[in-house]
Design a protein around this ligand. Structure first.
Ligand code: ME8
Length: 626
């Protein structure tokens, strides 16, 4: 049977700019789409914009614009935003499109003719920002629970959809389909909503008050209320009722939403589908809220939003994607901040993954003639071939943060493997074995890169190029050992996650700053700020762009550093390997002619002579120098 996957995001209101909360939902959907494509599924990924209704209408008037011009402009902002975050959607639907209007009117007519829509009078408490009526009970201290704004008492003639008629059916459906709504907690919330009568749903607004909407086909004096319009995007975009896309993809639909729109998706939408004779969707994934710096839901109304594009500009789009997927347990409310992003960037991406690639490349260039070595059996590294199956399960359960945690734990394991097997030492005794170790590391990286592709598509493509691996990948290739081919790697490759991309915090707590001597003398506390450590040179080469510089790879026992030193006039690279030198280990990284130097080594200089400060005797790398 053909594997098919259809994934949707909410269609976003165009009354404000996209923020990190929207970006999160869309990144999760893009991750799932890419994951399934990688796993051989025929995939359709839909996103779009919700352009009718009172809030949008008011926003347009507020901006002094014609509604159509306004929605065109803001919808375009969303599309640009998704481009900047590497979102590869297959379809983009706008509710002001003709193809959508036709479907909404067709479905309304059908449900009306079946007797499930009637005219009545509605009175209630209405929040203009939410575009919905609230019951007394739902308010928080008399205010809208989401926006903290006063609600208005309103009464008006509306058409109603007989939703209550389908309540028993829906309860039964949820009971026989326990994995329809996930995480589990939200399913229970929905069952609790359904335990009491849900009433009928108002599905229209008088055109006189809200002219910006799709007219009811049998009564031009009313336009469709926002949910009966918006929810149908999921089928109109596929060409319902007789389009090829609808036939292929609808039976496999997964909707992703935020918990704010649980009721419309878990109660309104299923009952609408049932009444219209459209089969149910397959799954509903419910995300929690991203919380702003003030601990409240990030929202345009509260004005506490984090701008995803500023972050993408500073750290790169893949770092933002990785951060959101790795940090947020799907379904839970989670605070987000640039600070937390920077920590992930430095620890996971620069220190673990980026560094692994850089040291592997340096060793391939030095010990394996710049090629991926001949394939060998896998040792403990081969356990990576079991990860894909495990991650499939985690992704299915929407546990993206655990999936990435496990993939990155494997990356950390590869760094440990290098530290334990020490190819730079092995090479002196048994070059063949050193190359075998390097092959396993490249294979490990090949496997990890496949698993990380959906989260960081561009960076992983770069990573694969840097190791001479082909760019096209399939998930099943992560399940087999020995596919890395013995090809040359490029001599030059950009640093994947440069540290200077992550701006340092200023002031106390930032990187140590050493002040110059005052009055010729410094106190012990000043000297103590300088962290000096024994470091062993494990590799050295000439700087690609500067004759007087050498690029050294130093081991501190449990970590490695790259240091650029201006000593090429006095030392040849090969005579440095094995020397134990003194490293200023807490110096801010600096970029020297395009190569990042993570510290500085000490040398004595007198006139034209220079000698490195080295350490005698049996002292291990990493030892503190005082
Ligand atoms: O509700 N944290 O559109 P909307 C996490 N047009 N996710 C957030 C978020 C936050 N702080 N803020 C927004 C609508 N979102 C309707 C949907 S669907 C047929 C119609 C995300 O622009 C989250 O996915 O208010 C939420 O459900 C969605 O944006 C709401 O977007």
């Amino acid at each position: 049977m053909e594997k098919v996957f259809y994934i949707t995001t909410p269609i976003y209101y165009v009354n404000a700019e996209p923020h990190l909360g929207h970006a999160y939902s869309t990144v999760v959907a893009d991750f799932l789409a890419r994951w399934h494509r990688l796993d051989g599924y025929r995939t359709f990924f839909l996103t779009g914009t919700d352009e009718h209704g009172e809030t949008v209408y008011r926003a347009a008037l507020g901006a002094g614009e014609d509604p159509k011009a306004f929605v065109d402009r803001v919808s375009e902002r969303f599309r640009r935003a998704w481009d900047l975050l590497g979102i590869a959607y297959d379809g983009f639907i706008r509710t002001t499109e003709e193809r959508h209007r036709r479907v909404v009117q067709g479905v309304l007519q059908k449900v009306y003719e079946a007797g499930d829509i009637y005219y009545g009078e509605y009175e209630g408490l209405y929040c203009v920002s939410c575009e919905r009526f609230y019951t007394e009970k739902e308010l928080s201290e008399g205010l809208c629970p989401l926006h903290g704004r006063p609600v208005e008492r309103r009464k008006e003639g509306n058409y109603f959809f007989r939703m209550e008629r389908y309540r028993e059916w829906l309860i039964d459906y949820l009971q026989t389909h326990p994995d329809l709504i996930r995480p589990e907690g939200y399913r229970n919330e929905v069952l609790a909503m359904l335990a009491e009568p849900i009433g009928d749903l108002s599905i229209s607004r008088p055109k006189a008050r809200v002219p910006w909407g799709i007219p009811l086909p049998w009564d031009e004096g009313h336009v469709t209320y926002v949910w009966f319009d918006a929810l149908l995007n999921y089928v109109s975009a596929l060409g319902y009722p007789d389009g090829e896309g609808y036939r292929i993809f609808w039976p496999h639909a997964w909707h992703l939403i935020g918990k704010d729109i649980l009721k419309p998706h878990a109660v309104f939408w299923p009952t609408m589908l049932k009444a219209a004779g459209i089969p149910m969707y397959r799954h509903l994934g419910v995300g929690g809220f991203l919380l702003g710096p003030d601990g409240r839901k990030m929202s345009k109304t509260l004005g506490n939003v984090v701008d995803p594009f500023a972050l993408a500009e500073r750290y790169g789009k893949d770092a933002v994607r990785y951060y959101l997927l790795r940090e947020i347990p799907y379904g839970q409310d989670t605070p987000v901040s640039e600070e937390a992003l920077r920590t992930r960037y430095e620890a996971d991406l620069a220190d673990d993954l980026g560094n692994l690639v850089q040291r592997t490349r340096a060793m391939l260039l030095r010990y394996a003639e710049g090629r991926v070595p001949e394939p060998v059996a896998g040792e403990e590294v081969e356990e990576g071939t079991r990860l894909a199956e495990r991650l499939r399960l985690l992704v299915r359960e929407l546990k993206f943060h655990v999936a990435l945690e496990e993939a990155m734990a494997y990356v950390k394991g590869l760094n440990r493997y290098i530290n334990e097997r020490r190819p730079w030492e092995l090479y002196r005794k048994d070059p063949g074995e050193a190359r075998a170790v390097l092959y396993r590391v490249v294979e490990g990286l090949r496997i990890a890169s496949i698993l990380l592709t959906p989260a960081m598509p561009d960076k992983i493509a770069e990573l694969r190029r840097a190791l001479g691996l082909k760019e096209e990948v399939r998930l099943e290739e992560a399940e087999r050992w020995g596919l890395a081919e013995p090809l040359p790697i490029p001599e030059e490759a950009p640093v994947l996650f440069p540290k200077e991309a992550a701006p340092q915090r200023a002031g106390p707590g930032g990187s140590a700053e050493v002040k110059g001597p005052q009055g010729g003398r410094i106190g012990l506390e000043d000297f103590a700020k300088v962290e000096l450590r024994v470091a062993e040179v494990v590799a050295a080469e000439r700087h690609p762009n500067a004759d007087r510089l050498l690029v050294l790879r130093l081991s501190l026992g449990n970590e490695e550093r790259t240091v650029v030193a201006g000593i090429a006039r006095w030392y040849r690279p090969e005579e440095l390997v094995g020397k134990k030198v003194v490293l200023v280990a807490n110096l801010k990284p600096a970029r020297l002619r395009g190569v990042e130097s993570q510290g500085m080594i000490l040398a004595a200089q007198e006139g034209d002579r220079l000698a490195l400060a080295t350490v005698e005797g049996d002292i291990p790398p990493g030892a503190v120098v005082r």
